[in-house]
Design a protein. Structure first.
Length: 85
């Protein structure tokens, strides 16, 4: 993911839920180490990229095993049209 943009400072990062999530992955706020600006944002980008990759792998596995179609058919909430046979 060459151009992913994430932030760990400003915006909603000071809200309790967002701050707690950033604390869980260890990348809240600005990097405190001198000479290493953006380290927390880079870590957050890695977390987002990893989660995206996991989701894509799960999707491919569901498609390959026909589980995606089966789940959609099972949980389809549209009323079935009466057949005209």
């Amino acid at each position: 993911m060459p151009s992913i943009e994430v932030g760990t400072v400003g915006g909603g990062t000071s809200l309790p839920a967002q701050a707690a999530c950033l604390d869980v992955v260890g990348c809240r706020g600005a990097t405190q180490a001198p000479g290493r600006p953006g380290e927390n944002a880079q870590q957050m980008a890695k977390v987002v990229a990893g989660a995206t990759l996991a989701g894509e792998l799960s999707l491919v596995a569901a498609l390959a095993s026909n589980q995606l179609v089966r789940a959609h058919m099972q949980h389809n909430r549209k009323p079935q049209a009466p057949s005209s046979t």
